[in-house]
Design a binder for this molecule. Structure first.
Ligand SMILES: Cc1cc2nc3c(=O)[nH]c(=O)nc-3n(C[C@H](O)[C@H](O)[C@H](O)COP(=O)(O)OP(=O)(O)OC[C@H]3O[C@@H](n4cnc5c(N)ncnc54)[C@H](O)[C@@H]3O)c2cc1C
Length: 311
């Protein structure tokens, strides 16, 4: 789908195309599942690797910070927005190609969409993806997953664009996947696509049944309010979940502004109205403070703060 090689950013001296397609002061709110966040100074949907290269080259030359936004399902964008360029991957990055025992997936493909293709091709073992609302790019970065499986399980390699305009291939070892993260060494690279290997053949009805069970179970314990970012904290080591500690600390329903700890699942924060990023951050600090006070446990955040965690 994509080939390794050098797409030197220096080849794009004029940066004419990028400037023509870049929007200014563009609200990011609707691009996040929280429906929270200020404006990006610059915003660009890139439809090709060349356009991505050109964008990064322009940022390097002008000293403009940038980051790539997936489906915005694990990110809290500051109320002040992002003082640089936010890049989203366009249609070209939404391709899926099945081979005999591998599949190549563009970084812009959503996991629930991909899981329908696995059903169609009768590839079992990927059912865990069916209800995670992220893109392959974000999922590789986060090693997204559930108790049923994780991105790393059948991962073969990812093709990435470096800030120097080089396309590199990183295998599973190089990704250093662990619980909800991958190697920080690749933090500044853009995932263009990933390859996964065949696990096992499954009958369609069996895959469909498994997906149904997963979705039903998740709907029962997840909040009905979809303006959230999934689990806010990573599972601590030990037998109890982050939600258990938050619940026992008496924080279900706790609020800061319009950010509220969900009653259905204490590890989820929902935007019940017009929550600000500062409200969510305040609530996260309150939870960490209370849980530490009562259990001497430091809950580690899973949701990413933009720009704080990115630059
Ligand atoms: C209702 C709900 C349920 C969820 N359930 C789960 C779950 O069961 N398991 C789970 O693991 N997560 C879950 N999540 C969290 C989230 O869906 C995952 O973390 C997902 O992988 C994030 O992908 P994204 O495309 O939305 O990334 P974003 O939130 O847009 O970005 C997350 C990070 O990835 C980076 N990124 C995005 N695209 C790329 C790219 N192409 N190249 C390099 N970096 C990139 C961003 O810069 C950012 O640092 C849930 C979220 C919600 C809202």
């Amino acid at each position: 789908m994509f080939r390794c090689g050098r797409h030197s950013c220096k080849d794009y001296k004029e940066y004419k195309d990028i400037l023509a397609h870049t929007l200014e002061n563009y609200s990011l709110r609707s691009f996040t599942t929280f429906k929270i966040g200020g404006k990006a100074r610059y915003f660009n949907v890139c439809e090709s690797i060349e356009a991505l290269c050109e964008s990064l080259g322009w940022c390097t030359r002008e000293g403009v910070p940038w980051f790539v936004l997936g489906n915005g399902s694990n990110i809290l964008v500051s109320d002040k927005g992002f003082p640089g360029l936010v890049v989203k991957l366009g249609k070209m990055f939404k391709q899926i190609k099945f081979h005999e025992d591998t599949v190549e997936v563009g970084a812009g493909v959503l996991l629930p969409v991909l899981s329908r293709y696995f059903l169609e091709h009768q590839w079992g073992g990927f059912e865990f993806m069916c209800d995670i609302p992220g893109t392959i790019g974000g999922a590789v970065r986060m090693n997204a997953g559930t108790k049923e499986g994780e991105i790393k399980d059948q991962f073969v390699l990812a093709l990435m664009l470096t800030p120097n305009g080089e396309i590199i291939s990183i295998d599973k070892g190089g990704m250093e996947f662990c619980y909800r993260k991958s190697s920080p060494e690749h933090k500044k690279n853009i995932v263009l696509g990933a390859q996964f290997s065949f696990s096992h053949f499954s009958e369609r009805h069996a895959i469909r049944e498994k997906i149904k069970q997963i979705v039903v179970a998740r709907r029962q314990k997840q909040p009905a309010n979809r303006r959230n970012c999934g689990s806010v904290f990573k599972s601590p080591s030990g037998s109890q979940s982050a939600g258990w500690y938050i619940d026992k600390a008496g924080l279900k329903g706790a609020r800061v502004g319009d950010a509220m700890v969900a009653f259905e699942h204490a590890n989820w924060i929902v935007n019940v109205g017009n929550a600000k990023a500062e409200d969510v951050k305040g609530l996260i600090e309150k939870i960490q403070h209370e849980v530490f006070k009562q259990y001497r446990l430091k809950l580690e955040r899973e949701v990413i703060y933009a720009p704080d965690d990115l630059w």
